[in-house]
Design a protein around this ligand. Structure first.
Ligand SMILES: NC(=O)c1ccc[n+]([C@@H]2O[C@H](COP(=O)([O-])OP(=O)(O)OC[C@H]3O[C@@H](n4cnc5c(N)ncnc54)[C@H](OP(=O)(O)O)[C@@H]3O)[C@@H](O)[C@H]2O)c1
Length: 199
């Protein structure tokens, strides 16, 4: 399969690349560098990426920005980032990318466990994750000849270590990547894959 992976240089993206690259042709798209650069917050940039890459069998996003912040401290910019990047940035990968998707291809986007298990400071992240998961469930009812799913990671051990947190309750990036492999190679559609189900 020819797979376009947006966010390939990230903590999760690197592990997904490693998991897929043995058997598939993975094209790495990052904000800067990689095989192709893209800003998912900018539709013209997404279009230019697909023009450059051409048709693919799978689109995978391990990108999407949104900030942790106490509800009382959230600014308009925090809401805008979550909506324009994490939510619409990924939805636009599907909207613009489906014209470049081979028949029976798939789109796999990244939400996160904070949609179902929020914590203090997660409001805008939970908002974007929940909206993304609901969008995928509904869009799946109308999309033909393609599959669409979300993967909902829990805290990744490597990210927790970078933040100086205890990593005990996290999942390694390598184990997190298994859900993305399942989404790309499986037959499910309209679903959100919980990473702990694929370890
Ligand atoms: N890590 C966790 O614990 C965790 C838990 C739950 C959910 N998630 C979700 O999983 C996803 C990936 O997380 P991560 O920790 O692997 O992220 P990360 O390490 O920060 O990597 C982010 C990736 O996205 C790319 N990127 C940044 N801004 C972009 C933009 N505007 N357009 C296109 N690509 C952009 C980066 O490219 P450059 O390297 O060029 O900047 C990089 O490849 C995010 O949606 C995050 O919310 C993560």
């Amino acid at each position: 399969m020819k797979i376009l992976l947006i966010g390939a240089s990230g903590t999760i993206g690197k592990a997904v690349t490693t998991a897929l690259a043995n058997q598939h042709d993975v094209i790495a798209a990052n904000y800067s560098g990689g095989d192709v650069s893209v800003d998912i917050g900018n539709q013209a940039s997404i279009k230019a990426m697909f023009e450059q890459v051409g048709n693919v069998d799978a689109i995978v996003s391990t990108a999407g920005l949104a900030n942790f912040s106490a509800l009382a401290e959230l600014t308009d910019a925090d809401y805008d980032l979550a909506l324009n990047n994490k939510l619409m940035g990924q939805i636009n990968l599907m909207r613009l990318g489906k014209n470049y998707l081979n028949d029976n291809g798939s789109v796999t986007l990244t939400s996160g466990v904070l949609s179902q298990e929020p914590m203090q400071g997660s409001s805008v992240i939970s908002m974007a994750n929940g909206a993304l998961e609901s969008f995928i469930k509904a869009a799946n009812l109308e999309l033909e000849n393609m599959r669409i799913n979300a993967v909902a990671p829990i805290f990744v051990k490597e990210t927790m270590a970078m933040m100086g947190m205890d990593t005990q309750d996290g999942l390694s990036a390598k184990d997190t990547a298994k859900a993305y492999v399942a989404a790309v190679t499986g037959t499910m559609s309209g679903t959100t894959l919980a990473v702990t189900d694929y370890v």
